[in-house]
Design a protein around this ligand. Sequence first.
Ligand code: NAD
Length: 253
Amino acid sequence: MRLDDKTVLITGSGTGIGESTALRCAEAGATVVSTDVDADAAEATAVSIRDDDGEATSFELDVTDGDRFHEVVDEVAAERGLDVLVNNAGIGHPPSSVEDTDASVRDYVVDVNINGTWNGCHAALPVMKEQGSGSIINMASVGGMLGFPYQSVYALTKAAVINFTRAVAAEAGPAGVRANAVCPGFVDTQLTEAFFAGREDPEAAREEMIEDYPLRRLGEPEEIADCVAFLASDAASFVTGHALTADGGYSST
Ligand code: NAD
């Protein structure tokens, strides 16, 4: 599975799944545009790629800022085109019932997870449609497919990402642009660490969760990166509008 001659822009690539995706795409031959709200983290990912003889640049990009998203995409596209956009940046929230969730928490998670993904597509689609090719990968979650208690805002946003992706696929397909979502189960990143840290006994909560996974472990960021690289590549040339579940079998039980 190769990504030679492709330019791949990834949001939230300073750490976690985004960072692993950046490294995986570079290893497959892509030129990576590493972006994050944390400029230093975005650049650190680009440096790791360049240190490994890959090609990468970085930009500070808060996905909630639609104008900035356009600026970055337009600059990248003018220089080398844009073949792949990975809308990976996303956040969780402390466990809380619907009635105990503050509207400001709801609004912020919606802004990053939904509006951030929408902003990315709004910026990239004109470029990709004009090129007559492109692949968009939106990071959703099994949390957008199943009803986890006390995670209602996350569920709201990730379900939206899944169906938004289908709409983009339907709309942009005739122009040669594909759009797919990836739905990871729990993956070992700082987001998951924060999720368990919010539990009374984090270690026990983690072990209990693992018991519900047929593979009896949580995922590694590299395993999600492989799914993204597949959807980005020409190996997935007839795959669009799909939500690829990568959850160790969790949602199948
Ligand atoms: P993470 O917290 O480890 O990393 C998220 C990255 O996004 C960080 O570098 C952070 O700086 C960046 N970021 C946060 N807000 C941003 C913003 N407004 N603009 C740009 N960048 C921003 O998270 P992760 O676990 O790697 O998750 C990545 C994606 O995968 C998210 O969309 C998340 O919802 C999804 N996901 C994660 C898991 C999991 O178990 N870790 C499971 C399912 C889905």
